[in-house]
Design a protein around this ligand. Structure first.
Ligand code: FAD
Length: 486
C-alpha cells in the first residue's frame, strides 16, 4: 500500500519561495560543487602525474640507454614496472589514509573503490618487475632466470626482503578478492590487509640500496624518500593520531540504548565539544565501544540525529541507529550506559558538503532511512523545495518515520511513505501497488533533474533506484549515495 503524506507547509502553502530568493540559494551551492569537482580533478591529475614522474625519474637518469640490447630492454622495462607499481601502492595507501582533502573531494567510499581497483594492477606491475629483472640480469650474466633469482636472494643485500615483500603483496591482494573476502570474517580479511604495511616496509630497503637510480646524493633519491615519508606521515596522522585525539576531545559515553523495532535500536551518547561535529548531517563515523568483547571491533555507523552541542552545564548529545545485521551489531543492543566510546570521523559525502542545487530529494529504505533523518535535520532548503521518500515493507519498517514526519512538517518538505511488498518480476525499487498503478519516480518528484538526490538503502534496491534517477536526467554530480556494505 502506498500512502502519500503531504505536510501542510509544502509548495501549496503560503511559503512558496520567491524566485529571487530561490536563485540566491541555487547560487549558494554551485560554487561549492564546482570547488569539490575541481578538487577531484586535482586529485586525478596528481595521481596520474605521480605515475608519470616515476618514469621520468628513470628517464632523466639515462634509463632508456639500455634499450639497445635484450638484457637492457628487459631490465629497463622491469625497473619501470617496479617504479609505477610502487607508486600505485603508495597511492593506494594514501587513498586509505582517510585524508580530509580526499574525503571532501570524492568521499570515503569512492576513495576505497579506487583503492581496490588499483590492487590488481599494482600486483601485476610488481610481479612483472621481479620477472623482467631476473630475465634481464640473467641474460646479462648468462644465467637462467631461476638461477639469477637464487643468486639475487643470496648475494645482494636487502634482496631477500624484496622477495618477502612480494609474497606479502600476493597474500594481501588474493585475500582482497571479493570471492575470498566473502568467505572469511571481516576481521580475518582486515588482519591480512594489515600485512600491506609489512609488504611496503620490506620493499623499501632494496629500492635505495640496489641499483644507482636512488643512490645517495641524487635528487631522485630525495623525491622517492619524500613520497614514502609523506605517505607514512599521512597514515600515522590520520589513522592513528586523529582518532586518538578525537576520542580524547569528545569523551563519548553511552547514555541510553533505545529499542526502535525488533531488530533496530538507537544508541545515544553524551560527550564534550560536540559543536565541532554538528553540521555533519548524514555522515558516518567509526565507533569502537570500549567494553569487553567490543573494543577490538570498530563499526561504521551514520548519525541518525545531528549532534547537539550542549552547553557549560549540559553535555552534548548524539545518536546512531543500528540494525542487527551481523554478530557484532546484534551484541551492541546489550551495550551498557556508561560505556566509553572511541570515535573516528566524520567521513563521507552524504552531507550538505555534496550539495550543488537548491532542491533536494532524499530517498531511503530500511536502515538506510536513518542517515536521511540527520541530513533532513541540518541540510538547508527553502520550504517546498525538499522531498523525502521512505520505502519499507510496512510502516513499522520506516525506522524513525515519525521523527522524519515531524521534521518534514516543521521544515516544509514533502514526504511520501512507499510501503508494500516488492514488485514481482520488475525489480523495481517501488512497492508492487505503486508499480501496478503506473507510478514512477517522477510521479513523486516531478522536478528531480534539478535536485540533489541522496540515496541510502540495500544494494539491489539502491541500484534499481539509481537507474531510475539517472533515467530521470539527474547527472552524476547531483547523485549522492551511501553504501552500508563493504
Ligand atoms: C558508511 C557506512 C555507514 C553505515 N551506517 C549504518 C547505520 O547507520 N546503521 C546500521 O545499522 N548500519 C550501518 N552500516 C552497516 C554496519 O556498519 C554493518 O552492518 C555493521 O558494521 C555490521 O557489523 P557486524 O559485526 O554486526 O557484522 P559482521 O558482518 O560480522 O562484521 C564484522 C566486522 O566488520 C566490520 N564491518 C562491517 N562492515 C564494514 C564496513 N563497511 N567497513 C568497515 N568495517 C565493516 C564490523 O564493524 C565488524 O567489525 C553502515 C556501513 C557503512 C559502510
Amino acid at each position: 500500500m502506498t500512502s502519500l503524506l503531504t505536510p501542510k507547509s509544502t509548495t501549496e502553502g503560503t511559503q512558496v519561495p520567491v524566485p529571487r530568493k530561490a536563485q540566491t540559494a541555487v547560487e549558494r551551492f554551485r560554487p561549492q560543487a564546482r570547488r569539490r569537482l575541481a578538487r577531484a580533478d586535482i586529485l586525478g591529475f596528481l595521481a596520474w602525474s605521480s605515475g608519470a614522474a616515476a618514469v621520468a625519474l628513470w628517464l632523466a637518469d639515462g634509463g632508456a640507454d639500455g634499450f639497445s640490447s635484450f638484457a637492457g630492454t628487459m631490465t629497463g622495462l622491469g625497473i619501470m614496472a617496479g617504479l609505477i607499481g610502487m607508486d600505485l601502492v603508495l597511492l593506494m595507501l594514501l587513498l586509505a589514509a582517510r585524508i580530509p582533502f580526499v574525503d571532501n573531494a570524492i568521499g570515503h567510499d569512492r576513495a576505497l573503490e579506487v583503492h581496490k581497483k588499483l590492487g590488481k594492477p599494482a600486483l601485476y606491475l610488481l610481479l612483472a618487475h621481479g620477472l623482467l629483472l631476473v630475465i634481464g640480469y640473467g641474460a646479462a650474466e648468462g644465467l637462467d632466470p631461476l638461477s639469477e633469482a637464487v643468486s639475487l636472494w643470496t648475494s645482494v643485500p636487502d634482496m631477500w626482503l624484496a622477495f618477502v615483500s612480494m609474497a606479502l603483496f600476493i597474500a594481501v591482494v588474493v585475500s582482497s578478492l571479493v570471492a575470498v573476502r566473502r568467505k572469511y570474517p571481516y576481521e580475518f580479511w582486515y588482519a591480512i590487509h594489515l600485512l600491506t604495511y609489512a609488504a611496503v616496509g620490506t620493499a623499501i630497503p632494496h629500492q635505495f640500496s640496489v641499483g644507482g637510480l636512488f643512490a645517495e646524493g641524487t635528487w631522485q633519491r630525495w623525491y622517492w624518500l619524500a613520497l614514502c615519508v609523506f605517505t607514512g606521515a599521512a597514515l600515522l596522522f590520520y589513522r592513528v593520531y586523529q582518532p586518538l585525539a578525537s576520542s580524547f576531545r569528545h569523551q563519548l559515553t553511552v547514555s541510553r540504548v533505545v529499542r526502535v523495532s525488533a531488530d533496530v535500536f538507537s544508541i545515544e551518547m553524551t560527550g564534550r565539544n560536540l559543536g565541532r561535529l554538528s553540521g555533519t548531517g548524514g555522515r558516518f563515523f567509526f565507533w569502537r565501544f570500549l567494553a569487553s568483547g567490543h573494543w577490538w571491533q570498530p563499526h561504521p555507523f551514520s548519525l541518525s540525529a545531528e549532534p547537539f552541542p550542549g552547553s557549560a552545564t549540559a553535555p552534548g548529545k548524539l545518536r546512531i541507529t543500528v540494525r542487527n545485521l551481523g554478530d557484532g551489531s546484534a551484541r551492541l543492543a546489550q551495550i551498557k550506559p556508561g560505556t566509553k566510546v572511541a570515535v573516528e570521523g566524520p567521513y563521507g559525502l552524504f552531507s550538505t558538503a555534496a550539495r550543488s542545487r537548491n532542491k533536494v530529494v532524499m530517498i531511503g529504505a530500511g536502515i538506510g532511512i536513518t542517515p536521511l533523518r540527520s541530513l533532513l535535520e541540518s541540510t538547508p532548503f527553502e520550504p517546498g523545495s525538499a522531498t523525502v521518500l521512505l520505502r519499507g515493507h510496512d510502516e513499522s519498517e520506516l525506522f524513525l518515520g515519525h521523527e522524519i514526519m515531524a521534521l518534514c512538517q516543521a521544515r516544509g518538505a514533502t514526504l511520501h511513505h512507499l510501503t508494500g511488498p516488492r514488485s514481482a518480476g520488475h525489480h523495481s525499487w517501488l512497492p508492487e501497488p505503486a508499480v501496478q498503478s503506473g507510478f514512477t519516480l517522477t510521479s513523486y518528484v516531478p522536478g528531480i533533474a534539478d535536485a540533489d538526490v541522496y540515496v541510502c538503502g540495500p544494494t539491489l534496491w539502491a541500484d534499481s533506484l539509481i537507474r531510475d534517477v539517472q533515467a530521470a536526467g539527474v547527472p552524476a554530480e547531483q547523485l549522492h549515495y551511501e553504501r552500508f556494505d563493504w
